[in-house]
Write a protein that binds this ligand. Structure first.
Ligand code: GLC
Length: 447
């Protein structure tokens, strides 16, 4: 924060420069040094920003995501760069152990929140009608296959709520409810041993992030080990959902993922209709089921929605920014929406100087600089702003737009921010922050 106020035009230019410099031709990396591959929801957010100045390139960003699509329909959260220097990243996941993985690229074996329909519609809206329809005809059938995969593999009891099997699938890697759950149900003995003997500080060598960034801003080594162990267990089962769910102690109906799914189901219906592509009735029936089932995740005590443990049926009593994401879904009960807005604007919990913190500050797990355990992230602000505008809460939405842009003006474009001081944290010149700040300015601050 050097006291020099940028104009909106300066900031747009800065965002565009970042996106161009992170452009690796076929895709845009989230950050040049820290995240050298293509990520699923990152590319969706990135395409939304790029669409403002280069819709064709934005359409390619989305089209290339489908190169990673698995034969069963899954879109993986990471498509790996194929250069030799990243062989270790590819081998760590070994997507090729699954018969469903794509033949020509290495990917992860899990997914991430489905923001693709949203991105596709926004990119489409910047194209001519013939180009848009051409793009929709190419991608919508594949996108339908992805949403069908979510219901086929991730809604085993046909309840309407999708389950996630790994914290990375939330997009909020070390978010407290998931870390609590991992610790309780699947912390292996060897990790407990390292933790008890306080040997965790010696394992930094294996991490790309803490070699570059302050460890106090990243997940702890123990959390990183637990996450890594959770991936290894999926890989050993060849990412086969039947084998994974057989005696799996760990599956969660995640509130963030299901809220985003709801919104994207609706958009998928809209764009499929525009392109005259039929979604089969069973799939539509599944979409409707989610609209009702989401209300089961409401928690009266906290007055927010909470994720639920699929195995025990118990809600995970640890609210986070994901608890507010039903605002984005457009599908929840009105009185509950009002309650969520009240929690959002409460300055003891979420309405800090630079909202929205990833964990409310009055909660025991709040840690103002640690990754998804407290800092403010631009993508979750963007999702909630969008929901507020569409549900008649323009005033709060506008305040949040202003506060979010202020963050970027004062501190620059970072991966996340300290919600008290506004300090930029994590990776600098982070692509989705650039893309979504650009989008917010173009949409709401043009005057
Ligand atoms: C981290 C974030 C995740 C993001 C990825 C790439 O893992 O938690 O949401 O997709 O980095 O930016």
């Amino acid at each position: 924060m050097d006291g020099h106020e940028l104009t909106n035009e300066d900031l747009v230019e800065q965002c565009q420069k970042i996106l161009v410099s992170n452009d690796f031709v076929t895709h845009t990396v989230p950050s040049n040094k820290l995240y050298p591959h293509q990520w699923l929801w990152d590319s969706a957010f990135i395409a939304i920003g790029i669409a403002h100045y280069n819709p064709k390139r934005a359409a390619e960003e989305l089209t290339n995501l489908f190169k990673g699509q698995w034969h069963n329909g899954m879109l993986p959260n990471i498509i790996f760069d194929s250069s030799p220097e990243y062989a270790a990243d590819r081998t760590a996941w070994r997507s090729w152990v699954s018969r469903n993985s794509p033949d020509s690229v290495a990917t992860s074996g899990i997914t991430q929140p489905p923001v693709i329909a949203e991105a596709l519609q926004r990119v489409g809206s910047k194209m001519s009608k013939p180009d848009r329809l051409k793009l929709y005809r190419k991608l919508v059938p594949k996108l339908i296959k992805y949403h069908e995969w979510i219901y086929a593999e991730r809604d085993p009891h046909d309840t309407g709520l999708a389950i996630l099997i790994n914290p990375y699938e939330t997009g909020m890697d070390n978010t407290p409810p998931w870390m609590d759950q991992l610790r309780e149900h699947s912390r292996p003995m060897w990790i407990a041993f390292i933790e008890n003997l306080k040997m965790d500080k010696f394992i930094n060598v294996a991490r790309r992030d803490t070699r570059r960034l302050s460890p106090s801003q990243r997940m702890t080594n123990i959390d990183a080990l637990m996450l890594w162990d959770a991936v290894t267990r999926l890989r050993k089962k060849r990412y086969d959902i039947n084998r994974i769910l057989h005696r799996q102690l760990f599956a969660i109906e995640d509130i963030g993922f299901n809220s985003i799914l709801l919104r994207n189901n609706s958009i998928l219906e809209e764009i499929a209709q525009e392109a005259r592509i039929k979604i089969n009735e069973n799939t539509i029936a599944n979409f409707r089921k989610t609209e009702e089932a989401i209300e089961e995740l409401w928690d009266e005590t906290y007055a927010v929605y909470l994720s639920r443990d699929f195995v025990t049926g118990k809600k995970m009593r640890s609210p986070t920014v994901a608890s507010l994401l039903p605002i984005h879904s457009r599908k929840i009960d009105n009185s509950r929406l009002e309650k969520l807005v009240r929690v959002l604007t409460n300055d003891h919990s979420f309405w800090l100087r630079y909202p929205i913190p990833s964990v409310p500050r009055n909660f025991r797990t709040f840690d103002q600089e640690r990754y998804w355990q407290g800092p403010t992230w631009i993508n979750t602000n963007w999702l909630i702003i969008d929901g507020l505008f569409s549900s008649g809460h323009e005033e709060i939405a506008m305040k949040l737009v202003e506060k979010t842009i202020k963050l970027a003006k004062e501190s620059g474009i970072w991966e996340y921010y300290n919600p008290h001081t506004g300090k930029g944290l994590g990776s600098k010149d982070f692509s989705w922050s650039a893309a979504l700040i650009l989008d917010l300015i173009k949409r709401y601050q043009t005057s």
